[in-house]
Design a protein around this ligand. Structure first.
Ligand code: CA
Length: 220
């Protein structure tokens, strides 16, 4: 269990992060501006900071610069809008360890969090596999029978979610909230569409449809 500081001024995103991280066994504290982020990082003990760049007052990059200038070494994952590439680069140069582009799914964020919190003594296996399908969690690349297969970021996260729960039925709703996060229309058939893509790319027999319930990774 780790203590995670979340600096995010959009309440919907902050509570989405908080709920997910709490469910994953972490304790969290949310602050809504850069100055509070920098002071919470100084005054309290956290293992990781999730830092939105677009914060009121002192922005994320300024807060990060302040923290790094006084020698604060905790890992920092920045959250950034798709359009903010220049800011993202500045963030990485300013001492961030990783970044996630909004909109992001919770699984995607959690994968980054796991990497940053990884304790060398209890390293998570760098790969997930099922049959001849292998997902490399470090490079985010997939292969089938040793041959690399091109997956989009979303397809990879969906495959990763299924491979993390072999044999278990995952409902469309679970997959939507895990893979598409807060950024989805609950009525959409996007899960079915993406399962179709994965079957085409990774093999037909890998993902079973459980009628009226959802999908299951065939575990043999
Ligand atoms: Ca913001």
């Amino acid at each position: 269990m780790s203590r995670i500081l979340i600096a995010e001024d959009e309440p919907g995103i902050a509570s989405f992060l908080e709920k997910g991280l709490n469910a994953a066994g972490h304790t969290t504290m949310v602050v809504e501006d850069g100055l509070s982020a920098a002071s919470a990082a100084r005054d309290r003990d956290f293992d990781l900071l999730i830092l939105d760049l677009g914060l009121p007052g002192m922005n994320g990059n300024e807060a990060l610069a302040e923290m790094r200038a006084r020698g604060e070494r905790m890992p920092v994952i920045i959250l950034t809008a798709r359009t903010g590439v220049a800011d993202t680069v500045a963030g990485l140069e300013g001492g961030a360890d990783d970044y996630v582009t909004k909109p992001f799914s919770f699984e995607e964020l959690l994968a980054r969090v796991r990497v940053q919190l990884r304790d060398p003594g209890s390293a998570e296996p760098p790969e997930l596999s099922a049959g001849d399908v292998v997902l490399d969690l470090r490079t985010r690349k997939a292969s089938v029978g040793g041959r690399e297969v091109e997956l989009s970021a979303r397809e990879f996260v969906l495959a990763e979610t299924l491979l993390r729960h072999p044999g278990q039925v995952l409902s469309r709703q679970q997959l939507l909230s895990n893979v598409w996060g807060y950024d989805f229309d609950p009525g959409s058939n996007v899960v079915d569409v993406y399962v179709g893509y994965l079957r085409r790319k990774l093999g037909k027999g890998l993902i079973e449809t459980v009628r009226g319930m959802g999908y299951r990774l065939v575990d043999d």
